[in-house]
Design a protein around this ligand. Structure first.
Ligand code: S3P
Length: 169
């Protein structure tokens, strides 16, 4: 299970990891978009963040009942206790990290992140990271993504998951 802030590469790394392990890949945001027939952006704009968070909780609950999956969650999913509990049930939790500057670079040029459509996105990133860090840090494994491509990160995740499963970390 992959957590981490927007722009830390959860979706790309999740896909790589699924290829490497033969597990299925599920992206929580993509599943919400399918079930609501709307983009995340449209859900935020027309129904509001609360409605999105409720849909996210329902989707995590549903997905967490399945096994042998690589799951990528939206960056805000860790904020609800119910989501954290459900995700913990699914298996090992891996959090991807990056600096605020890298997150800004990776997320700018797209308007797909409704929370960052503000005048000063860097400040917003810093503020959200400060609020969320205590929850991201509860992951079993934390991986710094700076200067690495999705394939390299996926390999690092796989290696650390192996060690973690053997009780070596
Ligand atoms: C959000 C992150 C997004 C998406 C939504 C809210 C957040 O997912 O769920 O825009 O609160 O951090 P990604 O982390 O995949 O960008």
């Amino acid at each position: 299970m992959l957590t981490g802030f927007m722009g830390t590469g959860k979706t790309e790394v999740g896909r790589e990891l699924a290829k490497m392990t033969g597990f299925g890949f599920v992206d929580v945001d993509a599943e919400i978009e399918k079930s609501e027939s709307m983009t995340v952006n449209q859900i935020f704009l027309t129904l509001g963040e609360k409605r999105f968070r409720d849909a996210e909780t329902d989707m995590i609950e549903k997905i967490s009942r399945q096994r042998n999956l690589v799951i990528s969650t939206g960056g805000g999913a860790v904020m609800r206790r119910q989501n954290r509990d459900a995700l913990r049930e699914t298996g090992i939790i891996v959090c991807l990290t990056a600096t605020p500057e890298t997150i800004l670079r990776r997320t700018s040029g797209t308007d797909e992140r409704p929370l960052l459509q503000v005048e000063n996105p860097l400040e917003k990133i810093r503020e959200l990271l400060t609020q969320r860090m205590p929850f991201y840090e509860q992951a079993d494994i934390v991986i710094d993504t700076e200067g690495k491509n999705p394939r390299q990160i996926a390999e690092e995740v796989a290696e650390k998951v192996r060690l973690f499963s053997r009780g070596e970390t």
